[in-house]
Design a protein around this ligand. Sequence first.
Ligand code: 5AD
Ligand code: SF4
Length: 449
Amino acid sequence: MRRYFLKTFGCAMNSSDSERIETILESIGMEKTEMVENTDVVLLNTCSIKQHAEDRVHGFVHNAKKMGKIVGLTGCMVKNSSLQSSEIKDPLLKKYKKIDLVFRIEDILKLPELLKSFDPTLTQPELPIDELDYLNITPKRTEKYRAFVPIMTGCDKFCTYCIVPFTRGRERSRPFEDILAECERHVLEGVVEITLVGQNVNAYFVDDSVRVPLQRQTDFATLLEKVAQIPGLQRLKFTSPHPRHMGDDVLEVMAKYKNIARTLHLPVQSGSSRILRTMGREHRIDTFKKITTKARELMPEITITTDIIVGFCGETEEDFQKTIKLFEEEQFLVAYISKYSSRKGTFAESKLKDDVLLPEKKRRYDVLNEKLKETSQNENKRIIGDIEAVLVEEVENGMAKGKTHTGRTCVFSLHSSTFQKIPTSCVGKIIPVKITGSDVWSVMGEEIV
Ligand code: 5AD
Ligand code: SF4
């Protein structure tokens, strides 16, 4: 058993965790495959935020089993690291006999031991003892030019609809020095873009023992500034912050350092303060707007993106119209819109009524998506004629694609002198681009030489 296939569902935190899984498996001589057909073991790093996310995982398990593979799960669907033969088994293993093993992501180091029960010849990893905290395992970077660095995990907010505090546990910050050391190492190795990740990145505390869960002031601004100061780091991003901890200090650091991307992802969830209250979100629409106004005052070029849930318990047409109005006022560049999905164990599931019927949720989703097309198009149009720095992710037939410093997707033509060299060597480079046109979801331009 030497080959593994790893699929990641969900957020940036899961992607970052997957890179640590790769380190462990490669340290015991296993090799990654790109196709399920060619593998021995299929590992799925799961997400349970919505029922739909879990359904996709089960579909994958079903197909992998049909091909006769060993199937293992980690991530947010897993509670206890165990095997089908274990005495104390995770509920998932009891319910789904097709799954062979599950492990909590904090227990990555137990993965080789679990796999050994399928192949006794597998070795154990030789890792320093301080790597017992899984975040200290050096990630195997899948891309040379950008890296996701976890700075905290977990969530103390308990929004009434959300399963994350139950799956990821309480907020826990990584030591300041470990984060800085990891970022510095990445930059020395040629990384140009770092994204700081966590369920509530701006709930970062240098010393967790003095953490007051709902305290507004945190140490995130200090950390952000230190990382921004790393010589040679060209672009710094973070995701996802919580409006509660988005103080002026964070915005001021963003404004001060030009290498911090000019885009702010700020999940609002609803445009109605009444719904925000039943969601257990601590912010209201006026406090949300104070943040975006300040951000735009300090950085007029900034784009704002958000997360929205439509059809939450008790959401009326009037509430929904307030969300549409918020889109018009805020001109979001991107919004991740979800239909409310009841999650077992949450406050909303047990105490509130999931009373917006699915066809109505779908209608609100479609209406809001149309509104988003308008606001996104407006935001993209806003920079025609400007010069933007684009980090190239793909190159094909003389055209490059990547993200601008303001978070827009940009497709542009490479100058013939660049193209005649080795065009694919542009991947991972930051190139100045004159923006000449725009579309609903992107801008177009030409490389400037
Ligand atoms: N139903 C629908 N969407 C949800 N989200 C979180 N929980 C649920 C749920 N139960 C969305 C929120 C969050 C994003 C990561 O997923 O918008 O910000
Ligand atoms: Fe879930 Fe709310 Fe925590 Fe975000 S802040 S992870 S939505 S509980």
